[in-house]
Design a protein around this ligand. Sequence first.
Ligand SMILES: [Zn+2]
Length: 426
Amino acid sequence: MVEEYDLVLKNCRVKGKGERVTIAIKDRRIAQISESLVRGKEEIDVEGRLVLPAFMNMHTHLDSALTLGRPRYNESGTLWEGIRIWGELKRELTKEDILTRVEKVAKWCVATGTLWVRTNADCTLESLVTVKALLEAKNKLSELLDIQVTAFPQDGILTDPKHPELLEKALELGADNVGLIPHNEWTREEGVKSIEIAFELAKKYDRRIDGHIDETDDPSSRYLEVVASRAVKQGWIGKVAAGHVTASHSWDAAYRYRILDLLKRAGVTIVANPLVNVHLQGRFDQYPKRRGMAPLKQFAHNGVNVALGHDDIMDPWYPLGIGSMIQVLFMAVHLDQWTGINELSQSFELITYNASKCWGNEKEYGIEVGKRANLLVMNAKSELDVLREVGLPLYVVKDGTIVAKNLDRRFSEVLYNGRWEKLSFF
Ligand SMILES: [Zn+2]
């Protein structure tokens, strides 16, 4: 029987399915994956290229993206100078400025194959302009990509009496996740107290937790254990992401081993940000300089969920980036030596299925019949090729519609408001 589908991708290479399968899409979902011939309103022969589920960026800062050099550059390259520069800039930001930058960078994300972005929104400004702008961007850009907004108390929850209220207000406005930054509180005790406040708010508003945790080279920074313990005691199993955890790179092996079981039990996802971690960490070292990224392989081998974020894109903390999760993965496999032939292929889980578990959309995610058709046709035959080339997907399919193309090296094309736009990364 000849059946008509909306979009048919022929001769796809799909892990676990075959090297020349047809993916037929109807009503936004994958309707069939088979070797049989089917007809579609639109048909593309991808000639044996690799098809992957669209990528997920589990940690970023869209409010600061593309502000590089405003009002000045970060010359020391430290996290702390970045926080000072952002502190100078953020008081002057307008909603329009943020929305203009977010729209531009969101198109970069889609063009490079990312359809889910979890962003932090600094909620220590009295105006909450960053939170309001990112919540507006989430709605405005929903045809392009799915955004989750984390209310992020950049300057600490307890460093100013207004900050706990502002964090709560951000949740009332609709922020998806509760953020925290215990290592940026003034004392260890206040760091612990800030974790308690974040979990209380998560319970009150029924939100997930997504924290900046132990983002330092200081091996005595050990808030991850407090976060995991609270997750177990509050029943927030699988609802907590710990971003960065760069101190875990410097913890001694005996301590790291001791908390592995707790992390697994709490279902905490460790979200490393390799581009930014290797750039910001190790700044106080002479040679040899530590790499500063959480030891993902050790966590993963012990049953802890691990995923990746791009973190900053051209802002006070990181001068580079185009939003590409392939660049992020490329850096991760080098830093943590996921370079065995099977490891290279498996590493894609960090920007796909593992991230999906943390986002909470695993029922809708992946290349299976019945799931939402969010796919990438890579210009490659294997995961190895994708990582070697660090290239862009030929086609990006969102909910059954082609929303981005990279068929010409001079520009990307993105479908926005029903129109194809050409864009560059400069
Ligand atoms: Zn961050």
